[in-house]
Design a binder for this molecule. Sequence first.
Ligand code: ZN
Length: 134
Amino acid sequence: MSETRTLNDRYSELGRALVDSEPLLAHIRDSEATICYLGSDYAKKSKGRTVFGECERVADKNKWAIPADFLIVVYEPNCADMDDEHLSRLLFHELLHVGIDVDDEGVEKYSVRPHDMEDFRACVERWGVDWISG
Ligand SMILES: [Zn+2]
Protein backbone atom coordinates (compact mmCIF):
# COMPACT_ATOMS: atom_id res chain seq x y z
CA MET A 1 0.00 0.00 0.00
CA SER A 2 1.13 3.55 -0.53
CA GLU A 3 1.85 5.90 2.31
CA THR A 4 1.37 9.65 2.45
CA ARG A 5 3.39 11.67 4.94
CA THR A 6 2.69 15.29 5.71
CA LEU A 7 4.34 17.86 7.97
CA ASN A 8 2.47 18.19 11.24
CA ASP A 9 2.52 21.36 13.36
CA ARG A 10 0.97 19.74 16.43
CA TYR A 11 3.72 17.11 16.64
CA SER A 12 6.45 19.69 16.09
CA GLU A 13 5.05 21.89 18.86
CA LEU A 14 4.82 18.97 21.30
CA GLY A 15 8.25 17.73 20.22
CA ARG A 16 9.85 21.16 20.63
CA ALA A 17 8.38 21.53 24.10
CA LEU A 18 9.92 18.17 25.05
CA VAL A 19 13.34 19.03 23.62
CA ASP A 20 13.25 22.35 25.50
CA SER A 21 12.36 20.84 28.85
CA GLU A 22 13.52 17.21 29.12
CA PRO A 23 16.92 16.56 30.73
CA LEU A 24 17.22 13.32 28.76
CA LEU A 25 16.88 15.30 25.53
CA ALA A 26 19.53 17.90 26.38
CA HIS A 27 21.83 16.38 23.74
CA ILE A 28 19.33 17.49 21.08
CA ARG A 29 18.81 20.92 22.63
CA ASP A 30 22.58 21.52 22.62
CA SER A 31 23.10 20.35 19.03
CA GLU A 32 22.56 21.68 15.54
CA ALA A 33 20.37 18.71 14.65
CA THR A 34 17.06 19.50 12.97
CA ILE A 35 14.00 17.31 13.27
CA CYS A 36 11.01 17.16 10.98
CA TYR A 37 7.70 15.86 12.39
CA LEU A 38 5.43 14.01 10.01
CA GLY A 39 2.04 12.34 10.19
CA SER A 40 1.57 9.21 8.10
CA ASP A 41 -1.75 7.79 6.92
CA TYR A 42 -0.30 4.28 7.09
CA ALA A 43 -1.44 1.83 9.81
CA LYS A 44 2.02 0.35 10.15
CA LYS A 45 2.60 -3.05 11.68
CA SER A 46 5.87 -4.84 12.24
CA LYS A 47 6.09 -8.55 13.16
CA GLY A 48 2.37 -8.47 13.97
CA ARG A 49 2.68 -5.53 16.35
CA THR A 50 1.22 -2.08 15.92
CA VAL A 51 3.83 0.60 15.23
CA PHE A 52 2.86 4.01 16.65
CA GLY A 53 5.84 6.04 15.59
CA GLU A 54 9.33 5.89 14.23
CA CYS A 55 12.52 7.92 14.14
CA GLU A 56 14.60 7.91 10.96
CA ARG A 57 17.79 9.60 9.99
CA VAL A 58 17.64 11.55 6.73
CA ALA A 59 20.34 10.22 4.40
CA ASP A 60 22.73 12.91 3.18
CA LYS A 61 21.73 12.20 -0.42
CA ASN A 62 18.09 13.05 0.43
CA LYS A 63 18.74 16.28 2.28
CA TRP A 64 18.19 18.37 -0.84
CA ALA A 65 14.53 17.32 -0.60
CA ILE A 66 14.11 16.99 3.17
CA PRO A 67 15.70 19.87 5.08
CA ALA A 68 16.24 17.97 8.33
CA ASP A 69 18.63 15.53 9.96
CA PHE A 70 15.92 13.33 11.50
CA LEU A 71 12.33 12.47 10.73
CA ILE A 72 9.85 11.52 13.41
CA VAL A 73 6.85 9.80 11.88
CA VAL A 74 3.53 9.24 13.66
CA TYR A 75 1.40 6.46 12.14
CA GLU A 76 -1.88 8.25 12.61
CA PRO A 77 -4.40 5.42 12.13
CA ASN A 78 -2.65 3.70 15.06
CA CYS A 79 -2.72 6.82 17.25
CA ALA A 80 -6.19 8.13 16.48
CA ASP A 81 -7.39 8.29 20.09
CA MET A 82 -4.22 9.71 21.63
CA ASP A 83 -4.50 13.05 23.41
CA ASP A 84 -1.57 15.50 23.64
CA GLU A 85 -0.21 13.92 26.83
CA HIS A 86 -0.19 10.47 25.25
CA LEU A 87 1.29 11.78 22.01
CA SER A 88 4.01 13.49 24.03
CA ARG A 89 4.97 10.12 25.53
CA LEU A 90 5.28 8.70 22.04
CA LEU A 91 7.28 11.68 20.77
CA PHE A 92 9.54 11.54 23.84
CA HIS A 93 10.28 7.91 23.04
CA GLU A 94 11.01 8.72 19.40
CA LEU A 95 13.23 11.65 20.42
CA LEU A 96 15.27 9.28 22.60
CA HIS A 97 16.25 7.58 19.33
CA VAL A 98 18.01 10.73 18.14
CA GLY A 99 21.71 9.97 18.52
CA ILE A 100 24.28 12.76 18.34
CA ASP A 101 28.01 12.24 18.69
CA VAL A 102 30.64 14.90 18.26
CA ASP A 103 33.93 13.85 16.66
CA ASP A 104 37.41 15.16 17.47
CA GLU A 105 36.97 18.05 15.05
CA GLY A 106 33.70 19.08 16.67
CA VAL A 107 31.58 17.80 13.79
CA GLU A 108 28.25 16.32 14.84
CA LYS A 109 27.56 12.75 13.70
CA TYR A 110 23.98 11.55 13.71
CA SER A 111 22.57 8.08 14.23
CA VAL A 112 19.40 6.34 15.38
CA ARG A 113 19.98 4.95 18.87
CA PRO A 114 18.74 1.42 19.56
CA HIS A 115 16.33 0.45 22.34
CA ASP A 116 19.03 -1.12 24.49
CA MET A 117 20.23 2.36 25.50
CA GLU A 118 19.61 2.98 29.16
CA ASP A 119 17.62 6.18 28.50
CA PHE A 120 14.74 4.18 27.09
CA ARG A 121 14.05 2.76 30.53
CA ALA A 122 12.70 6.23 31.40
CA CYS A 123 9.48 5.48 29.49
CA VAL A 124 8.77 2.38 31.55
CA GLU A 125 9.93 3.99 34.78
CA ARG A 126 7.64 6.98 34.33
CA TRP A 127 4.55 5.41 32.86
CA GLY A 128 4.82 1.64 33.44
CA VAL A 129 5.12 -1.17 30.92
CA ASP A 130 1.90 -0.01 29.24
CA TRP A 131 3.41 3.46 28.66
CA ILE A 132 2.34 3.50 25.05
CA SER A 133 -0.95 1.60 25.08
CA GLY A 134 -2.21 2.93 28.40
ZN1 ZN B 1 11.49 3.04 19.61
